[in-house]
Design a protein around this ligand. Structure first.
Ligand SMILES: [Cu+2]
Ligand SMILES: [Zn+2]
Length: 183
């Protein structure tokens, strides 16, 4: 064994490894394009479901939802609330509507609304609802990011009135997380 040669090999290895470590990591490579929120009932409610978010090529976000445990035939407000904090079983700790633009409350497609204002789910005769809406005022994980915030579903319809649409109590909630790309 030649100790000088060994030292030289070790130094070469360190230099190669350092070069790899210095490679820049591009945000686009790691930024998630899909998010998911599993909605569970608040205390005393039956509302549950899944809300999915998909970043589109044009920068918009497509939202789809499937929810059960609603009042048959009725509309129920659905919002993105500011905090992904569901410690309070009534849903209170999720805070108010996600409102990065500091705008008044409204109903889509009105431009002048909270970014968290998604409108209403319409329950069928069995209390189930399917929902689809594409929006241009949020992103999964960049500007106006929704990741880590909450979905809240309400007992009553959102009538678009101030300050939060007169939507009543919170019947379902969940935290918006990174979706499993293989699911
Ligand atoms: Cu709400
Ligand atoms: Zn609102």
């Amino acid at each position: 064994m030649n100790p000088v040669k060994n030292l030289a090999s070790a130094l070469t290895l360190i230099m190669i490894l350092s070069a790899f470590l210095a490679l820049p990591v591009h945000a686009a490579d790691i930024s998630p394009t899909k998010a998911i929120c599993v909605v569970v009932p608040t205390e005393g409610s039956e509302c549950r479901g899944v809300v999915k978010f998909q970043a589109m090529d044009d920068g918009k976000v497509k939202i789809t939802a499937s929810v059960s445990g609603l009042k048959p035939g009725q509309e129920h407000a659905i919002h993105i609330h500011e905090f992904g904090d569901i410690t309070d079983l009534s849903g209170k700790s999720a805070g108010g509507h996600f409102n990065p633009g500091n705008t008044p409350h409204g109903l889509p497609p009105a431009k002048n609304r909270h970014a968290g204002d998604l409108g209403n789910l319409k329950a069928d005769a069995k209390g189930k609802a399917s929902f689809e809406l594409t929006v241009d005022n949020i992103s999964i994980a960049s500007e106006r990011a929704i990741l880590g915030r909450a979905i809240v579903i309400h007992a009553l319809p959102d009538d678009g009135g101030q300050p939060t649409g007169n939507a009543g109590g919170r019947i379902g909630f969940g935290v918006i997380g990174i979706a499993n790309p293989g699911a």
